[in-house]
Design a protein. Structure first.
Ligand code: IVH
Length: 675
């Protein structure tokens, strides 16, 4: 019997080590080496052993990550070494001053730094005794935090046991708990499906998940951890020379360390790092709010020491905030090209994401209701990258008495036609069609847009005047415009009128795909327009195709097929198309598919992903060239990707491609393939 227990004990130990190793591969390296089912099987076997022999359960067993009972309250933990904060820099001169202070303090000409992302999560401290994770705490006020050990144990990228034979007696690892963007989006989808409140950003989601008294809830939330430092420590192995080597050491102990950490030299190195990471920011899998610079030499760090509560050897260089608080003054309703009524928040101007924002989208009536947005509320506005600013949440505590509930009007605010909402749709639409001036304007703007007919200079203001003065009703009318009609408009010099007439003339020579896209058929975006053009080869074949025929085209489903068929059934649409052709709008036609198969399409069936900046080609150009030879360009890397074309400062797509072993090409490699 005793023999049997010993055998089981050994088996359990082996399983624990294996499970943790696969945890590490899966959650830290993002490179699993066994199927999920095999992993689950190992975990089940371990659970069975521990159930039969409870005396074999250890605190560092992966089975102990979940299943702890809810707490009544968190206990307090005093940090043996305080968890300090960082001073902030926003502008380059502040970084310059930091570097100067450091150089003066060290009497050095040029200093080496480590530059790291500034993770937008929550600082925690993890204490390992003899290699086993014992306690974990929040930062709290820097001196005492809360004991959140049970919650931290549910985070799979945090090792429960250090993978070394002679573990340090004591090692306190410090870092940040955060929620990956993809897990945040998934969580919010789940919250919304359950009718529960969504989180405003990944940081709030991580905080809300980590501060749960029930670790069972935390376990469902998919949090992650990045290490950036060491607190108290009794470890002869810990590198004493540089911060960078210390991070490497933590990485060798299987702690996640950001791949973006770099050793850089002097002020130019710092600023270059800031710009590089800034450009990559949206592609990173986690949210960051800046970067952190730390003097690399640990000896120098000690020499520089601290001022009040912040180190002199480090500073955070923050990005312009992507979120800001402001007041919602009113809600207007905008009418889109397809008649969709979009509620738009009119805001007290606020500086966010590097620009002043006065309007933000509220998406649709359901969103307003779900977020409980009222006129007069203080709201959080977010503007990230090229994305349209949006209202993400209401600050409930700041609601003034008399804040007004908003209801979407039952009629189009522009043409007065009835607004209807199909049961399958989130938006209400104006039923005025092209009789609605708002829809007509949007249709014209879409027709003229860069990726459609590309009529330069035909913008909002001009289209407003042309439609309001009934000079232009349909796209076909554009091709009848003379200089005289244009020159009569407000703020229109002869020269600009001339330019516009030329741009319109130039747009006559186009491609079938652009023309189809320009028509603005519901559910037909650029990619679908290209598919339709490639597979049918001529507009007449497209106009004659019924829904069944259309569905034979790859990627065309019943909804798209029906929209296309409906569009061409309308006599009015056919008439406009005839007029356009009669005015000389033209493109090359072909026999369909044939263009994209055989020798003319050497890249057919191949999927490409582009990342980073190529030396001479723009992304658009590269895409067009690949597609012209039958290849497909996709936005994300998967096992199905054949090539990833990599330029300067690539994003996470590059890392993913490497981890999946996908063929990488630089611009020269792509050119060779295109030849
Ligand atoms: S080092 C003594 N490194 O920033 C300095 N902090 O204001 C200890 N943070 O509460 C911090 N990313 O939560 C450091 N790469 C990074 C960081 C980082 C985010 C947070 C941390 C801390 C705050 C400091």
């Amino acid at each position: 019997m005793h023999d049997n227990i010993e055998k089981m004990n050994q088996r359990a130990q082996m399983l624990r080590a294996e499970i943790e190793r696969h945890n590490y591969r899966y959650y830290v390296l993002d490179a699993p080496s066994i199927p999920d089912a095999d992993y689950d099987q190992m975990l089940r076997e371990l659970q069975q052993i521990e159930q039969s022999y409870p005396q074999l359960i250890t605190a560092d067993s992966p089975t102990q990550r979940v299943g702890a009972a809810p707490l009544k309250a968190f206990a307090q933990i005093t940090h043996s070494i305080p968890m300090l904060s960082l001073s902030n820099a926003f502008e380059d001169p502040e970084v310059e001053a930091f570097d100067r202070r450091v150089r003066e303090g060290l009497a050095a000409d040029c200093v080496e730094y480590t530059a790291e992302p500034k993770f937008d999560g929550l600082a925690v401290s993890l204490r390992y005794e003899n290699g086993v994770f014992k306690t974990g705490a929040t930062r709290g006020d820097g001196y005492t935090g809360e004991d959140i050990t049970l919650n931290l144990k549910t985070i799979r990228s945090i090792p429960l046991k250090l993978p070394v034979n002679h573990p340090p007696a004591l090692l306190e690892v410090r870092g940040e708990v955060l929620m990956l963007k993809k897990d945040f989006l998934r969580l919010n989808q789940q919250q919304s499906a359950k009718g529960e409140k969504e989180f405003a950003n990944p940081r709030n989601a991580a905080a809300g998940s980590l501060r749960q008294l029930d670790p069972g809830i935390t376990a469902t939330r998919h949090l992650t951890f990045f290490a950036y430092g060491v607190g108290q420590c009794d470890d002869a192995q810990l590198p004493q020379d540089t911060h960078h080597n210390m991070l490497r050491y933590l990485s060798s102990l299987h702690f996640p360390v950001s791949k973006e950490c770099r050793a850089v030299t002097g002020l130019p190195g710092l600023l270059e790092y800031y710009r590089t990471i800034g450009a990559k920011r949206d592609d990173l899998p986690y949210a960051i709010d800046g970067v952190v610079y730390k003097v690399n030499s640990l000896l120098f760090q000690e020499k520089l020491g601290f001022v009040s509560r912040a180190p002199r050897f480090a500073i955070a260089h923050k990005f312009p905030a992507q979120e800001a608080m402001t007041q919602l003054l009113d809600i207007d309703v905008q009418v889109g090209r397809t008649g969709a009524l979009t509620p738009v928040a009119r805001l007290q101007p606020v500086f966010v994401g590097g620009v002043t924002v006065t309007n933000a989208t509220l998406h649709n009536a359901d969103e307003i209701e779900r977020k409980d947005v009222r006129i007069g509320d203080t709201v959080i506005v977010r503007r990230a990258g090229d994305v349209i600013p949006e209202v993400v949440a209401v600050v409930a505590e700041k609601r003034p008495p008399g804040a007004l509930v908003f209801t979407l009007p039952a009629h189009c605010p522009v043409c007065g036609a009835k607004a209807v909402r199909l049961p399958s749709e989130a938006v209400a639409r104006c039923t005025g069609g092209l009789f609605c001036p708002a829809q007509r304007k949007q249709a014209l703007l879409h027709f003229a847009s860069r990726r459609a007919m590309d009529i330069e200079g035909l913008g909002d203001r001009l289209v407003d005047q042309l439609v309001d003065q009934a000079i232009v009703r349909t796209p076909a009318d554009l091709y009848r415009l003379g200089i005289a009609a244009l020159a009569n408009l407000e703020r229109m010099a002869d020269k600009s009128a001339n330019n516009i007439v030329n741009a319109i003339e130039k747009s006559k020579r186009t491609t079938l795909a652009r023309f189809i896209y320009a028509l603005g058929i519901r559910n037909v975006g650029e990619a679908t327009a290209k598919d339709l053009a490639a597979h049918l080869g001529s507009l007449d074949r497209l106009m004659a195709a019924d829904s069944e025929r259309l569905q034979q085209i790859p990627d065309v489903g019943p909804v798209v097929a029906q929209s296309v068929a409906d569009f061409f059934t309308e006599a009015h649409n056919r008439e406009v198309i005839e007029q356009l052709r009669a005015s000389g709008v033209q493109w090359d036609e072909h026999e369909g598919k044939s263009l994209l198969t055989g020798t003319a399409a050497p890249l057919s069936g191949k999927t490409f992903v582009l990342t980073g900046t190529l030396p001479t080609m723009s992304r658009e150009e590269a895409k067009e060239k690949i597609e012209a030879l039958g290849g497909k360009v996709s936005g994300s890397v998967s096992k199905k990707t054949d090539y990833v074309v990599v330029g300067a400062d690539p994003g996470s797509k590059y890392d993913k491609a490497v981890s999946l072993g996908i063929t990488l090409l630089d611009e020269a490699g792509l050119q060779a393939l295109l030849q």
